[in-house]
Design a protein around this ligand. Structure first.
Ligand code: FE
Ligand code: CA
Length: 509
């Protein structure tokens, strides 16, 4: 009966097309909107979080004081914290405010004031205290929101769901010039300079549904490749471009400017400079959420096409490098950090990372089973090490969350994918794209027979995944919009799965 009730509660959240919430529609009118890119919050801690905005409009002074308020109520009668931040031209007039000393596990409301204007108000929350018993966690995963080829109806629906968290798993922007199929063109060409990336973020963040999703709950964000360059690996671009380090540092800087992440992450403008974005967050005693970075420290992809970097799809027999145990996707330091960071005293370990972890053999008509080298299939020894640690240390409730591949995948992760009797070590949910186009479904269907551990594989629809977690069960709802070319599209449920806390593996329904 308990299970029935939970199902029912999630079903009620599949809503028809919605108007935007009142706080977006009723933003103050003005000749020059100063909060034209909306507001955001992110990375909640038990006593604080990051509040973000970027001032807009012509003739902004080099430095502008921006005040922020955080209240326990929507009417801003009970103020919990307030302060002033300086928005400077050097940071594209972005603000990263960090309220502290708040009560844990509380919903808060926030807004900004600058240049005589007040922003819309957003809803955010603190995380539960690390030792607190927590009933449940409601969250969504999302990724891959290519602006020129689709609309953000999925965000419009997620914004209405009163989630605790959104985990954004990469491809917030795409660096490309506009597609010939564009519904709404990318401004400018391929992004190369800091100004290019700033303009691209501004264009994406002008979307009202994306603004509503940011205003509705705090996000945890990690990047994938398109925040810099398709298929880049560490300091190698996909076309082996010279001086890639300069471009990467511009892209990292613009990412920091536009994401609700800590002020202290602000990277120096040094070519090839690094920026640590991996870390973890405890949701009371319920879960530890590990955030990974699979781009910045990886070895370059194995067996690329001649004269190029980036991905390829190859049979194992044609690519000896795939078997090299020294190759790493996370880098040695991050691998070691993760191995020591698993929570053994909580029912769930959520691994928020960028791409598909399960082995997925593609059916190549000429060469048989082939593997895509940009995802974990390109780094099988590193995957084996990670899953080996989980098995050896009996890490409880490991659920791998991902994006990148523009398809909904649900899979059992095993020590040996070739052995049907090999134990299941962890469960994987890899969510489809918000708007980016997917592969032809026939290609995915043709590969299904090679991959019996994969329960679900659908590349033909856009959307996101919604989860409800308690100390017994994880329920997953695979959401899909009916038409990603329509900003007002309705949304539906493609499939549901659940996972029991002490029993890895996805169960249908
Ligand atoms: Fe993508
Ligand atoms: Ca990607």
């Amino acid at each position: 009966m308990r299970g029935m009730k939970r199902r029912h509660a999630i079903a009620a959240l599949s809503l028809p097309a919605l108007a935007l919430p009142a706080y977006v529609r009723h933003a103050p009118a003005a000749d020059v909107p100063r909060f034209g890119l909306g507001i955001a919050s992110g990375h909640p801690q038990p006593q604080g979080m990051v509040l973000w905005t970027r001032l807009t409009g012509e003739q902004l002074p080099d430095s502008v004081d921006v005040t922020w308020e955080l209240a326990e109520d929507e009417a801003f009668q009970r103020i919990a914290a307030r302060g002033t931040e300086r928005a400077i031209a050097d940071d594209a007039h972005t603000v990263h405010a960090e309220p502290a000393g708040l009560l844990p596990d509380r919903v808060h409301h926030y807004r900004f004031t600058a240049l005589g204007q007040r922003s819309a108000a957003g809803r955010t929350r603190t995380a539960p205290a690390p030792g607190a018993r927590v009933g449940r966690l409601d969250f969504a995963i999302a990724s891959c929101q290519r602006y020129d080829v689709g609309h953000y109806a999925a965000w419009r629906h997620l914004a209405a769901q009163e989630l605790d968290l959104v985990l954004f798993l990469g491809d917030y922007i795409y660096e490309y010039a506009s597609s010939p199929l564009a519904l709404r063109a990318h401004e400018g060409g391929v992004t190369l300079t800091l100004d290019d990336y700033r303009r691209r973020y501004a264009q994406y963040k002008s979307d009202p549904a994306l603004q509503a999703a940011h205003a509705a709950c705090p996000w945890l964000v990690v990047w994938d490749d398109h925040e810099v360059d398709n298929d880049y690996a560490a300091l190698q671009g996909q076309n082996l471009q010279p001086d890639f380090g300069t471009r990467r540092s511009a892209a990292y800087r613009a990412w920091w400017e536009h994401m609700p992440v800590a002020k202290a992450l602000r990277p120096l403008a040094v070519a090839g400079g690094s920026m640590r974005i991996h870390g973890s967050l405890d949701w009371g005693r319920l879960a530890r959420i590990h955030l990974l970075d699979d781009r910045q420290y990886r070895d370059v992809q194995a067996c690329p096409r001649p004269g190029r970097g980036g991905s390829n799809t190859v049979p194992l027999a044609d690519c000896a490098a795939l078997a090299d145990p020294r190759r790493t996707l996370l880098g040695a330091d991050q691998e070691r950090w993760l191995a020591g960071n698993w929570a053994l005293d909580r029912p769930w370990n959520l691994l928020a990372q960028q791409t598909l972890m399960t082995r997925f053999a593609w059916a190549d008509p000429a060469r048989g089973a082939s593997y895509w080298t940009d995802g974990w299939d390109g780094y099988p020894a590193a995957r084996q090490r990670l899953l080996g640690t989980v098995a050896e240390r009996r890490v409880p409730g490991v659920v791998v969350l991902g994006g990148d591949v523009h398809a909904h995948y649900v899979a059992d992760l095993k020590a040996d994918f070739d052995d049907p009797r090999a134990p299941i070590i962890a469960t994987e949910f890899c969510g489809t794209s918000i708007s980016s186009l997917g592969l032809a479904q026939e290609r995915v269907d043709a590969a299904r027979g090679f991959n019996p551990h994969v329960h679900w594989a659908r590349a033909d629809q856009r959307g996101a995944m919604r989860f409800r977690l308690d100390d017994q069960t994880l329920d997953a709802q695979l959401l899909v919009v009916d038409n990603a070319r329509d900003p007002m599209s309705s949304i539906g449920t493609q499939a549901r799965f659940s996972v029991a806390a002490r029993q890895p593996g996805a169960l249908p329904g």
